[in-house]
Design a protein around this ligand. Structure first.
Ligand SMILES: [Zn+2]
Length: 123
């Protein structure tokens, strides 16, 4: 079953099956801005319930898409890292800090990022 205007993902998230725990259902109710204490009363009024679920899902979905767009925008505007490739006399890439040699620029870049993380204290 699919409601128009809402994605299958959102419907899957809100659908309450017997295998889901109350915590999961409560999380989904919170996601669509519905109180977990008063939802049963609202559910007895079918028209209002359906309107509340549909509106909540639309808001949830638009917020989710905006967050995804913002994350993508942040990722796309982040400056690309630049590496100072160091070559020995034989033309092999090597690390100036620990003299490790590499077969590819990708391996060198990964190693340089690991050095940067270690320097920042992130393991
Ligand atoms: Zn190194």
């Amino acid at each position: 079953m699919r409601m128009s205007g809402t994605s299958g993902y959102a419907l899957m998230q809100i659908r309450c099956s017997q295998t889901q725990t109350w915590r999961t259902v409560s999380t989904h109710l919170t996601a669509i801005s519905m109180s977990s204490e008063s939802w049963e009363e609202l559910a007895t009024k079918r028209t209002e319930w359906r309107t509340a679920v549909k509106t909540g899902l639309e808001n949830f979905e638009s917020t989710r898409l905006e967050e995804l767009d913002s994350k993508r925008q942040h990722r796309k505007t982040r400056p690309k890292p630049s590496y100072d490739y160091t070559y020995d006399s034989n033309g092999n890439l090597y690390c100036a800090s620990c003299n490790r040699t590499f077969k590819s620029k990708f391996g060198f870049a990964s190693h340089a990022r690991a050095h940067a993380r270690r320097d920042q204290g992130i393991s």
